[in-house]
Design a binder for this molecule. Sequence first.
Ligand SMILES: [Zn+2]
Length: 89
Amino acid sequence: MEDLNKTIKLHCTFCHSEEFAVPYEGYSPPEGTFVVCSKCGRENDVTSLLIIAKAKGLDIATDYANQLVDKMKKELKNSFRNSKHIKIR
Ligand SMILES: [Zn+2]
């Protein structure tokens, strides 16, 4: 699940840059505040950024889960490949 967290990033609403002017690396701004995009200099509402990030995170999590299921199905197929009685679609 660590890899999953890394793929979820905040994007500037205006220019889609991932770079924000933050006080230190790894800083996560609290909800209800604003962060300034270091590319276009505009202020982004943190609350809406987080909502977007969460929505994206959900998509990623769903994809991730689907991949796992596919992988499991393939493994199951392989382990029952020689069996005439069990068929997995
Ligand atoms: Zn920007």
